[in-house]
Ligand binder design. Structure first.
Ligand SMILES: Cc1cc2nc3c(=O)[nH]c(=O)nc-3n(C[C@H](O)[C@H](O)[C@H](O)COP(=O)(O)OP(=O)(O)OC[C@H]3O[C@@H](n4cnc5c(N)ncnc54)[C@H](O)[C@@H]3O)c2cc1C
Length: 425
């Protein structure tokens, strides 16, 4: 069975690898010159297996005026005269209730644990150097009130297999001494010792090389799919910009945010919208020998999320990756200098010893569904068309599990976890 996969971001590449592992023949089509150059390029690097709660949560109604009115809010909403934006927003607001948020969290936890187990199994078979570390994650809270709210989420997730605990300020600084830079502003942390980090681009590129080397695979870069060709309820080919037609028995649409436009060519609509975010990559000098720095370390070593500022810090090799911002309604690929200035100012306020001016800025768009769950399913209209898209803020975390689930659905119609939450909506 020959399967064409469209898009070599982390999702498409992981899908290709799993299909090959399960004995299928694969052709992986990527529009750019290499793998992982889209949203998978410079994300926050979190393999955030226990931290999957969707953005759509009842607290949104309280925060919405701030998103609209405060230009330096970490979440910003710019209304556009665009029906796609308004449809997405209406579905998003509809998902902002406790029962939907909890059901999504439960489904996402199952997928993320599947993903973690899968990644570990793959790496045992096929090592990839992507600065992968498993030294835990701290969510830092400045407000005691929000820390209390987090305590309730921790209690909810504990019932679904999550091993998290609440640390007071002193305990948090003992785990990550760089948090002493925040002084009394730090109320406490949620600590998840099992969380991991890695460089998503290096992972995708490494996995892509394994796909390329596989005898049952062929890969094409610079192969942008302009449209799908269909006949009598089946996809017959993927037509490239240069007119070439790629034929296969099945087709998997895994081209991130651009899936929306590609599916539109066949009149299919998916609830996908881009939530733009920014990252800074800062090369770090070597750590001074223990006890010789005379103060707290300049940069955290454990992964840290500054909750109120929605800013994430991860060490990837000798680089500190800092990511933040959720901008809804800015679909240009441009880096907004005001957003980068604001992010650098936030970092300077928290970790003043960092030479943050030297950091390299990047922007990408999270391919988000309103309820925060990806779509991993077969098309209702074309029997050999499959979707693996809409991973929003969690694509790196969920990629391997999504690949396993899709392969299982293609093979025997059911997955190792309940696939229904990830069906077409
Ligand atoms: C600031 C920021 C921080 C983030 N942090 C994290 C994090 O810490 N952890 C986490 O799990 N996730 C994180 N994410 C989310 C994660 O990066 C995305 O969910 C993930 O990269 C999506 O992967 P993808 O493969 O679906 O899309 P992409 O990486 O965008 O890949 C799609 C690929 O398809 C190709 N393509 C597009 N159209 C076509 C076409 N027509 N024909 C052929 N090829 C095509 C593109 O060139 C691209 O290579 C973050 C995102 C952002 C923006």
């Amino acid at each position: 069975m020959q399967i064409a996969i469209i898009g070599a971001g982390v999702i498409g590449t992981a899908t290709a690898w799993e299909l090959l592992r399960q004995g299928k023949r694969v052709i992986l089509l990527e529009g750019r010159e290499g793998a992982g150059l889209g949203t998978s390029y410079a994300n926050a690097g979190q393999l955030s297996y226990d931290y999957v709660a969707p953005l759509a949560d009842p607290g949104v109604f309280h925060d919405l005026p701030k998103w609209l009115l405060n230009p330096s809010s970490p979440l910003r909403f710019r209304p556009r005269p665009d029906p796609r934006q308004w449809c997405w927003l209406a579905a998003f607001l509809k998902a902002c209730n406790t029962s939907t948020a909890q059901a999504s969290t439960k489904a996402l936890l199952r997928l993320s644990y599947l993903s973690r187990d899968t990644l570990h199994a793959w790496l045992r078979e096929t090592p990839i150097d992507f600065h992968h570390r498993d030294n835990g994650k701290l969510i830092a809270y400045r407000s005691p009130h929000l820390l209390e709210k987090a305590r309730r989420q921790v209690a909810y997730q504990a019932g679904h297999g999550s091993a998290q605990r609440i640390l007071d300020r002193r305990e948090a600084v003992a785990v990550e001494p760089a948090l002493a830079n925040l002084g009394d502003a730090l109320a406490g942390c949620v600590y998840t010792p099992t969380e991991e980090v890695g460089d998503c681009h290096l992972f995708t590129r490494g996995l892509f090389e394994h796909v390329r080397a596989h005898p049952s695979a062929s890969v094409r870069t610079g192969a942008h799919v302009a449209r799908l060709r269909t006949r009598e309820g089946r996809v017959t080919g993927a037509q490239l910009d240069n007119g070439d037609i790629i034929e296969a028995d099945h087709f998997v649409v895994a081209n991130g945010l651009q899936s929306y436009d590609l599916l539109k060519t066949q009149g299919l609509t998916v609830p996908l919208y881009g939530l733009k975010g920014y990252s800074l990559s800062l090369p770090l000098p070597p750590d001074p020998p223990d006890g010789q720095s005379g103060g707290p370390p300049a940069a955290p070593s454990v992964s840290v999320t500054d909750y109120e500022r929605r800013t994430v810090y991860a060490r990837l090799g000798n680089v500190l990756r800092i990511a933040a911002m959720v901008d809804m309604g800015d679909s240009s690929p441009d880096i907004d200098p005001a957003r980068v200035r604001h992010l650098k100012a936030e970092v300077r306020g928290s970790f003043p010893q960092l030479a943050i001016e030297q950091a390299e800025a990047w922007a990408g768009e999270r391919p988000a569904t309103p309820d925060g769950k990806p779509i991993i399913d077969r098309s209702r209209r074309f029997e050999n068309l499959w979707l693996n898209l809409g991973h929003g803020a969690l694509g790196f975390t969920l990629a391997c599990g999504s690949a396993v689930l899709l392969n299982a659905l293609m093979t025997n119609g059911r997955g190792p976890i309940d696939a229904s939450p990830f069906g077409i909506r």
